[in-house]
Design a protein around this ligand. Structure first.
Ligand code: HEM
Length: 400
């Protein structure tokens, strides 16, 4: 019988991927699964196969192609609208992605470190002055991640929580296709107005610079620009906020690693490895990466025919025992780190360098300033988002 997807997860061990992946990696590493609409894409669970598949240009993320597997109705809604650049066919995708490469370069993001440090401190101060326990998501992770992306894009902070609400509707597997469609329209309407404002008067923000270089020269339509910025807001704050909370949960459940983190925190190389390990361990972008074969291709010994859909499972790959010894152990000293939490290949996370700087600043600051920070309730009392494209919680009560 074909397993249905997404696979059930034990929410008492929320940071562990569904147990079934372990069996699949051993017995059926490239196998058919059934998704909500009855289609049966291939599921790839081993690290080596996932790495090869993400790096293989014959596996496309063009949402216009019929074989793309839709893991929820919200995914179909994306296909039926103006698609933001990651979901476009190749020449358009590459052209639009290229417009962002410089904006998100490692050097540019490194230059933001002092500003990110200031935002982290300014968000943490009121939380520490307030009552405890408190919700880390609402008090710190979300406002800090939202402020960073809003400052970068040039979105007024007054609009940020409204946009965040829309973004969560889009990210939920429980939202209907119609709801997600309307929400995408509303969000793109907002960013369309921001594009118009920058057409009239380009500002020195990411939106302003992309508009000046590409919209004003005719290389990018206003609609495509709006879809691009909607995507950057959506992808640029949720995963970061969720990762902060899941990282704090992981460390709370492994307090020896907090002591270790405090020892190495001032060494940039070791801090970076620790952040990579937290990314690997939690893999908050846990939805299977959606691809379709544009030619016959063999992955892990399995022939995948042209037009067949593929889901590449990053949380399973990141716990593959053949790639990571003792994979279910959180070990902040683990090197080398070649995990897939931020993707791999052409679709590697655009905001990779930004996310890494944010997480380094956050985990350094949190445990230097609040060494006793810990989750305040038993795991079974944490309200997890059990039907979301991201692994996270509605709230994460913490104390110190
Ligand atoms: C901890 C935080 C983050 C995580 C875990 C994460 C994860 C990922 C993953 C796994 C992908 C690959 C998707 C695929 O291959 O199908 C991706 C793509 C992407 N991410 Fe991130 N991301 C994070 C932060 C950010 C930030 C801060 C931005 C900033 C704008 C961003 C923007 C994007 C965009 C635009 C894409 C699409 C890239 C493409 O298709 O070429 N992400 N992200």
């Amino acid at each position: 019988m074909t397993d249905s997807y997404p696979m059930p997860k034990n929410w008492r061990c929320p940071l562990d991927p569904p147990a079934e992946y372990k069996r699949l990696r051993r017995e059926a590493p490239v196998t058919r699964v059934q998704v909500w609409d009855g289609s049966t894409p291939w599921l790839i669970t081993r690290y080596d196969d996932a790495f090869a598949a993400l790096g293989d240009p014959t596996l496309s993320m063009d949402f216009g192609l019929p074989g793309i597997p839709h893991t929820s109705p919200s995914s179909v809604a994306r296909r039926d609208r103006i698609m933001s650049f990651p979901f476009r066919p190749d020449p358009e995708y590459r052209a639009q992605r290229a417009m962002l490469v410089q904006e998100f370069s490692a050097r540019q993001m490194e230059a933001l470190r002092p500003q990110i440090q200031r935002i982290v401190d300014e968000t943490l101060d009121p939380m520490l002055a307030g009552p405890r326990p408190t919700d880390l998501m609402a008090a710190f992770a979300l406002p800090m991640a939202i402020r960073v992306i809003c400052d970068l894009l040039g979105v007024p902070s007054d609009d940020s929580m409204y946009l965040h609400g829309l973004s969560r509707t889009i990210g939920s597997r429980a939202s209907s296709k119609e709801t997600v469609g309307q929400t995408l329209d509303e969000m793109e309407g907002y960013f369309h107005r921001l594009v118009e404002a920058n057409v009239r008067n380009p500002r020195d923000t990411l939106v302003g610079r992309v508009v000046a270089k590409n919209v004003l020269t005719g290389a990018l339509s206003k609609q495509d620009a709006a879809a691009m910025f909607q995507m950057l807001f959506h992808a640029g704050h949720g995963p970061t906020a969720y990762m902060i909370c899941m990282g704090v949960l992981a460390l709370s459940l492994n307090p020896d690693q907090i002591s270790e983190l405090r020892v190495i925190a001032d060494d940039p190389r070791q801090l970076s490895a620790a952040v990579q390990e937290l990314l690997r361990y939690a893999t908050v972008s846990h939805n299977g990466r959606q691809r379709v074969a544009t030619e016959d291709v063999t992955i892990g010994g399995q022939l995948i025919r042209t037009g067949e859909g593929v889901l590449i499972q990053p949380d399973s790959a990141n716990r593959d025992e053949t790639a990571f010894p003792d994979p279910d152990r959180l070990d902040i000293h683990r090197t080398p780190q070649r995990n897939l939490a931020l993707g791999h290949g052409i679709h590697t996370c655009t905001g990779r360098s930004l996310a890494l700087v944010e997480l380094e600043v956050v985990f350094h600051t949190l445990y230097q300033r609040v060494p006793t920070l810990r989750v305040a309730v038993p795991v079974e009392d944490i309200p997890f988002r059990q039907n979301d494209n991201l692994l996270g919680a509605y709230e994460l009560p913490v104390t110190w």
